[in-house]
Ligand binder design. Sequence first.
Ligand SMILES: [Zn+2]
Ligand SMILES: [Zn+2]
Length: 714
Amino acid sequence: MARWDEILSLPVQNPPTLEFSSGEIVWSKVEGWRDKLDRVALIPFARVGDFVRGESANKDCPTRFHVEARRRRSSSASYKPKVDGILEYILYWCSFGPDDHRKGGIVRPSRNTYVPKKKNAGRPNTKRGCTCHFIVKRLIAEPSVALIIYNNDKHVDKNGSPCHGPQDKKAAGTRAMFAPYISEDLRLRVLSLLHVGVSVETIMQRHNESVERQGGPCNRDDLLTHRYVRRQERSIRRSTYELDPDDAISINMWVESHQSHVFFYEDFSDNDPFTLGIQTEWQLQQMIQFGNRSIVASDSRFGTNKLKYPLYSLIVFNSDNKAIPVAWVITPRFSSADAHRWMRALYNRIHTKDPTWNLAGFIVDDPAADVLTIRDVFQCSVLVSFWRVRHAWHKNLVKKCTESEMRAEMLSRLGQAVDDICKGHGTVELFEDCMEDFIDASEFMDYFKAVWYPRIGTWTTALKTLPLASQETSAAMEFYHNQLKRRLLNEKNPNVYQRADWLVDKLGTKVHSYFWLDEYSEKDDFARYWKDEWVSGLTSWRKALKIPDANVVIECKSAKVTDQLDGDKTYIVRNPGSQFGTCNCSWADMGYLCEHMLKVIKVCREKGYITSSISLLQYSQTLMDMLHCSTHDSLIRDHAVSLAMLPMLQPEKLILSCHSGTSGQVVVGLVLKWVCSSSHNNILYIEISDKLRERRVFGQNKELLNEKEKKRKL
Ligand SMILES: [Zn+2]
Ligand SMILES: [Zn+2]
């Protein structure tokens, strides 16, 4: 009994890294069988996979661990409540063992059906009698915890000599120097390249070239074989999305075989609709890396008119501020009660991996989004993005109004109405006036009346209550939306759009591959990457930063932007300085905010022709509110000043010297000038509004805590 008391009192270790190895946890010695001491540790059961991966990536002796034996107690079986009862027992063994196929090695009798293959000098057998292994036990007493017993942690054979890796002299020059399989990164790279149509030959050619350049193989990935790549290609070619003629059964089968890609699944029931949440391991990693203390945005209702069920994407932004989809949710209905369940599941999944993960802000693109649920689950600020509506208006004006000046004027009026509402003094009447004034442009106004007028009320409320996401974020979301459209909705036979199994399959294979490759630095080696369907490259915001000021000439009602490559080509931007402008380039013709409009906005702002953007105004307002709080609250004032100083500590741009006597207001003013030219609005806004919220809820929390404390004592 003493042994179990000791084990159950050990701390559960949960390192905040994606993978971790035995070197990163503390091991305890506990009395085991026959008075031997066992080396044990406790980790969350959900993280056993992370431990196995981390342990496989051992720097001194890379390998892989496989499940050598597994026993599970069936859930229905009754059991005596014993302290040492186990639900599950898994034995992991180094893949270079336990058998030994080397000359004179021992193979267990049960495995002696093995017939040695014709050997190739460079590739001797993988089984080399390695004794390294560990045991994972899931206890009945603590099912969420895994007990690891790790007594044989050296990669040696039964004689105690190294039997693979750099320490093993006999392994030199063979595969046994390296881990027995290619890395997860290379596996995904090969799969992604195949999915987007790069040939086996091209993949192998590029691979061999790079191994040659570095002077021969020096790690496991350098030993990628033609055979492996060909096998993958064949299995992709032979697979089908239609696992069953019945779409619902087919989806069920997909979920069964892709458990690790599914974070939430519920079939239709009397009360709830079908909901499927997809997130691959790579997407989870991206969400942890780029979402932590940063922003997640949602792109909702994608393909509402085309697909059987619309698609909801959650995206994060990488260092170039380009969107990466980190989860996809497919469901026929997006109502608040349903969202709570999958959001909680997603949050829990991330927190299992990284308990310190925190979101700074969540951007919604739908005024009906359940803000309370988001705040409840993610504990962060919620912002709203207007890109979808601006894009729809712009796109439809291009289609339905051929007169370019009229088009620009209408867009300007609509934009003015939105700005006034965001600033807090506009109402729905502004749109009613628009509809009256532009009665001549009947085709667009009919569309506006039918589609947007009924929703304008909810949008007005959302714009008045939630801070607006920045233009840079809008540009990134537009870019993502366009990428998804080109990568997903490019089928020759549109009938497939009416099957959900097709959608699930295409997201998990082709679409996932495109986004994976976007992040892969050597993608440019593949000519196919430059094909139109990839739409790679920078967002229009980032492109705008590259246009020199000299290329922009601002006139009264329009601006001219000279093309960077072709000096004879110019673009005409109308409504200069407004995001509700127009431009005659192809990107703007599709209704998107183009780099020319964004560059003109930047120039206008620098020259003082226009005031700050709405998101910046909202940011400064919050900062001022903070500074104007009552004098006795010096903590919050200090915080406002230090937050205002924060962007100045960042490199480049305006360097200001601030003397200790400078008042908060002056600092804020100067910093706002700086922020005008930068793209940090969202984060800054969130940091500051978070602090305000914290202060506001502080009092309530204290009461709650007191109450909890009272209950506990009872
Ligand atoms: Zn080993
Ligand atoms: Zn343009």
